[in-house]
Ligand binder design. Sequence first.
Ligand code: NAD
Length: 351
Amino acid sequence: MNTHTDSIKPRIVVIGVGHLGAIHVKLWTQNAQAVLVGVLDENAERAQAVLSEVGNLDSRVFTSLAEALENADAVSIVTPTSTHFDIATLALSAGKHCFIEKPITTTSLQALELNTLAEQNGCVIHVGHVERFNPALRAFQSSTQHYDFAPLFIEAHRLAQFKPRATDVSVILDLMIHDIDIVLWLVKSRVVQIDANGVAVLTDTPDIANARIRFENGCVANLTASRITQKPMRKMRVFQRDAYVSMDFAEKSVEVFRLMDEEGAGNAMQSSLAGGVPAMMLGNIEAGTRNRAILFEKPIVTDSNAIAAEQQHFLDAIRLGDASATPPATTALEAAEALRVAEIITAQMMG
Ligand code: NAD
């Protein structure tokens, strides 16, 4: 394994410095535990402009992938998805750790191949499923320590305005893949059935899609993704026995409603308030013989830059020599499973 000690800073190259790659460049420049040695882009002028904008004097523009890889210990691959597999194959074969933007590749088989190559070459792959680092999701996960988390129904809406970027793949791989990854991670059960529909409106692949995923443990996730929406939205609602949680990934907010006996709700409210978490009783519900109090809590969301957090996890994974040791990061195997589910969804739409 190509591990790095604390004293040696990994040399990073960002490959692909379009919309998201420019953000990787800026954030790597700010990370004191790594050295951004350069960037590579098909468009050399763009590469120079991005470097000039961040004023990074340690970095230069590479003119070929071979030259970039010779000078790197690790790469951020932020090119269009259809190019990830070829670039990552060369990088991993040269023993370079890879931060690969989501979706990892265009097929799950390619993702599994990259995973094998990484293992053979002692490299770490971190996949940029950035929503796992969304402060709202992280606050929600901390809040589940206070009750038995057992989701039964999940509803997700990820709606965006149309942008020509990322249209090399369908809305399933562009947007829905985030929610596929999140629900697989939250539910932790085998997918047993998928029903899906989608329509290609502006591009040649589905631009709006809905998928209903049923898990072996009985949970159902209903995911809607669109890239032709006027009003953007990134929301997820999670329902289970005696609890309902609403998360807004764009607003970075979480609301938790729980049904409890009156005494338990009072105690939980006091303990939330003592911890600085806004909480209040919203009244009672008579359900058969059960008189339940409704407790509302608004877990505190600590704002942070999700991509900077991802980069730090990638560095930690390199140091530890294991991408699975740095949750909530998405490993290549998890990314492959999200892609496999995305492939079934896509096949359902085509069939
Ligand atoms: P973009 O079109 O803005 O940028 C892509 C850049 O890659 C361009 O500058 C292009 O010149 C360059 N490029 C293309 N082929 C190349 C090659 N073979 N070698 C070197 N450079 C090459 O795209 P983007 O929106 O920045 O998206 C890039 C990737 O990031 C995609 O995989 C996309 O799915 C992913 N992405 C992830 C998120 C997220 O939420 N994690 C958000 C946006 C984009």
